[in-house]
Write a protein that binds this ligand. Structure first.
Ligand code: DX5
Ligand code: ZN
Length: 224
């Protein structure tokens, strides 16, 4: 599937496996396989870039074997350039690095793309989206963090809506075809507003996997 931003607003959901039951990963991935989600979002945390450690390449490789949805890998790690080839070997749709973690972001973004993987760049809540001006035309995805990265189950930072609008303006004026992804604190209650602000893809962990009916939670967000 080729995803690109155009005047029509897209609506996609990428459930974050971080909130799944790690004692029943295969069961939870099957739930997503049967759902209307478009990607499976994999949150990689190194305990340095963020104050938490999640999982690494062996788990992502295992997920890629059972997920019928393409993977969307979010690297919350320092020196992500060291791991681009190994994560790209798993053939995710997207590999996203943090702006704040890259000394040579243009080189890292192009390294991802040379691997035939779509490149994403993420900004933390305190990082102005305008800092992406020089890279916006090179990336396939802009990930707006609507929580401070490192943990699921946090509350959506309200200022993120304005930031999504700014990202949409930056993409439109630059002629970029990047998609806007928003990640953190997304629920069936705020999903409609976040899509309306200009987001294409919503990442949701807790509100999907801790719901009594994850497939319905995904549909409720898509139809909100
Ligand atoms: C946070 C991660 C998010 C998080 C989303 O650092 O990037 O993907 O897991 O989880 P919820 O939806 O629970 O906020
Ligand atoms: Zn994430």
């Amino acid at each position: 599937m080729h995803y690109f931003s155009d005047q029509k607003m897209n609506r996609y959901i990428a459930p974050s496996i971080l909130a799944a039951d790690f004692n029943n990963l295969e069961r939870d991935v099957s739930l997503i396989n049967e759902s209307n989600a478009t990607w499976l979002h994999c949150d990689i945390m190194d305990g340095v870039y963020v104050p938490n450690i999640s999982f690494g390449i062996p788990v992502v490789e295992a997920l890629s074997k059972i997920s019928e949805k393409p993977l969307d890998v979010h690297l919350m790690i320092v020196e992500p350039e060291k791991y681009v080839d190994r994560f790209c070997n798993v053939r995710p749709d997207f590999l996203t690095v943090h702006y704040e973690a890259c000394k040579h972001l243009n080189r890292t973004v192009n390294h991802i793309k040379e691997n035939g993987v779509k490149a994403g760049v993420s900004v933390n809540p305190h990082t102005p989206v305008e800092l992406l001006t020089e890279i916006i035309s090179e990336v396939d995805l802009v990930l707006i963090m609507s929580v401070n990265p490192g943990f699921g189950g946090q509350s959506f930072i309200k200022g993120s809506l304005r930031k999504i609008e700014k990202a949409r303006t930056l993409i439109t004026t630059s002629g970029s075809r990047a998609l806007i992804q928003v990640d953190g604190g997304i629920t069936t209650k705020n999903a409609g507003k976040i899509f309306a602000a200009g987001a294409d893809i919503l990442v949701a962990g807790t509100s999907v996997f801790h719901s009594s009916d994850p497939k319905k939670a995904i549909d409720d967000m898509l139809n909100s």
